[in-house]
Design a protein around this ligand. Structure first.
Ligand SMILES: [Zn+2]
Length: 302
């Protein structure tokens, strides 16, 4: 919950800047869609065939509306999302009496329509949104950067890294496998190839990637192959999923340093693939349950 609050605060601050910038004036075409509830022509919008990672914002007021991981290709010709950011989008009956219109919860700007029960994704929901109603904030913009670490049970990694200042959000999830929308049960069955991992959004002006990566190497055992303590299986492997070339260099440099100290590090360094957020009950697990990690503890190694 705290991470959501933090990210929303962060995005809200961004949104104030962007909102002020954007609210100055809308173009005629933007007004036609956002104010007068028009529709852009299919297959023409800026974000229809767009797969960058980041956050979609309301063009009119800058409020964050959708994360890129909720976006999917429906073939309909408009950007499609199966989930909005909590509380960001309001559903209202369309004047046509049939459809459900979606509007920005903050400014009321027209976004598009929402359709239920089409079966495109497990969430069974399609927000069909006009590109022109949105702006896009890239994940690795100048204000934020993303780091992804796999080091055994994600409960422990999340718990011990969460306390690091400069982290804006931290989520438990799955990465590095070969299926989409994996569940905990599937990952535990060791058939999908995913690793349990955490995804961290951080402010590089407050904490460096080097600091985070060092912390990662000190809160799990990077010398154990396919497991952490009693947790055995390749979903518990040690792996760094880098999102920039610089992160890759730093990770490799730290591994060299540890090897120089005699640690037989087995941590893999891999380019990040899709990160699938884990089920809600895995998020912030130890704080919610009041338990303590059994498989992770801080051990100085640098
Ligand atoms: Zn808005």
């Amino acid at each position: 919950m705290m991470k959501n609050v933090l990210i929303l605060i962060c995005l809200f601050i961004n949104s104030i800047a962007i909102g002020q910038m954007m609210k100055k004036e809308l173009t005629e075409e933007e007004k036609r869609v956002i104010v007068y509830k028009g529709t852009e022509r299919p297959f023409t919008g800026k974000y229809y065939d767009f797969k960058e990672k980041g956050t979609y914002l309301c063009k009119q007021c800058g409020a964050p509306l959708y994360y890129s991981e909720a976006k999917f290709d429906s073939g309909c010709g408009w950007p499609s999302f199966d989930e909005e950011i909590s509380g960001a989008v309001k559903r209202v009956p369309d004047v046509d009496g049939r459809r459900t219109e979606i509007i920005c919860a903050k400014c009321g700007g027209h976004l598009g329509h929402v359709f239920i029960g089409e079966g495109f994704t497990p969430k069974n929901t399609r927000h069909c949104v006009n590109s022109i109603s949105m702006d896009f904030l890239p994940e690795n913009g100048k204000d934020t950067e993303t780091a992804i670490f796999a080091g055994g049970c994600f409960w422990g990694v999340e718990h011990l890294m969460r306390q690091q200042p400069g982290i804006l959000s931290i989520e438990a999830g799955y990465i590095g496998g070969n299926t989409e929308h994996p569940t905990y049960k599937e990952v535990c069955s060791k058939t999908t190839g995913h690793a349990e991992a955490v995804r961290i959004m951080f402010d590089p002006s407050k904490v460096s990637y080097t600091t985070l990566a060092k912390l990662f190497f000190e809160i799990h055992d990077p010398t154990q192959t396919d497991g952490q303590g009693p947790d055995l299986g390749d979903q518990y492997r040690s792996e760094i999923f880098y999102t920039t070339d610089r992160q890759k260099e730093i990770a490799e440099e730290l591994i060299r340093e540890l090897k120089g100290k005699g640690y037989k590090v087995v941590t893999r360094v891999t380019s990040a693939t899709d990160f699938w957020k884990a089920e809600d009950y895995h998020q912030d697990y130890y704080n919610k349950t009041g338990k303590e990690p059994y498989c992770h503890r801080y051990t100085p190694r640098f």
